[in-house]
Ligand binder design. Structure first.
Ligand code: FES
Length: 185
């Protein structure tokens, strides 16, 4: 089935436009496909670029807890910290997990729970006294050194300080899957 549309052109003559059903649905399908492709590419682009454009802002130090919470030589303690980030033009509050180790000399070491391989969340396995990444099986010692698996480096250590009896951390993001720590924010 086809439809003819008649209209006057600039020269005053008649143009006849023929639209048949097949070309109409073909054009509709092409527009729909292009639209879906554009929509689907947004999360993929965000995944690829994040956290290249996510910048820490505001208070640089996040509170982890009272110093007395962490016993010396105990196993790593998981804590969730929050901090402000700039995501494009918006400021959002981000939450991340860290692990706190208190060493025998009383100093603190805080490790990011983000796996340096491809960014999954590493967890402490008390039974085997190691950190294990559930995604591709990287295994790390309690101090974050890599034991096995595809991770090209150990768990990332974060800057720490003690203020008014509170342990604080400066959270940073690092590039995935490279042998040395490269800060992203
Ligand atoms: S993301 Fe952790 S081993 Fe791949």
């Amino acid at each position: 089935m086809q439809q003819e549309i008649h209209r006057d052109n600039i020269a005053g003559n008649k143009d006849v436009i023929v639209i048949n059903r097949r070309s109409f649905f073909g054009a509709l399908l092409a527009i729909g496909t292009a639209g879906m492709g554009a929509l689907l590419s947004v999360p993929v682009l965000r995944y690829v670029l994040y956290p290249l454009y996510a910048k820490a802002s505001g208070a640089e130090w996040s509170e982890v807890g009272d110093v007395s919470e962490f016993a010396e030589n105990a196993t790593p303690v998981r804590k969730t910290i929050t901090f402000a980030q700039l995501d494009g033009w918006r400021e959002v509050v981000s939450a991340q997990s860290v692990y706190v180790n208190r060493k025998s000399d009383g100093t603190f070491e805080i490790l990011s729970a983000i796996c340096p391989h491809l960014g999954c969340s590493v967890s402490w396995q008390a039974a085997q006294t190691d950190f294990v990444c559930p995604c591709h099986g990287s295994v790390f010692q309690a101090d974050g050194k890599v034991i096995s698996g595809p991770s090209p480096r150990g768990m990332d250590r974060l800057p720490t300080r003690i203020k008014n009896g509170k342990l604080q951390v400066h959270f940073e993001f690092f590039r995935s899957n490279v042998p040395n720590k490269e800060e992203l924010s």
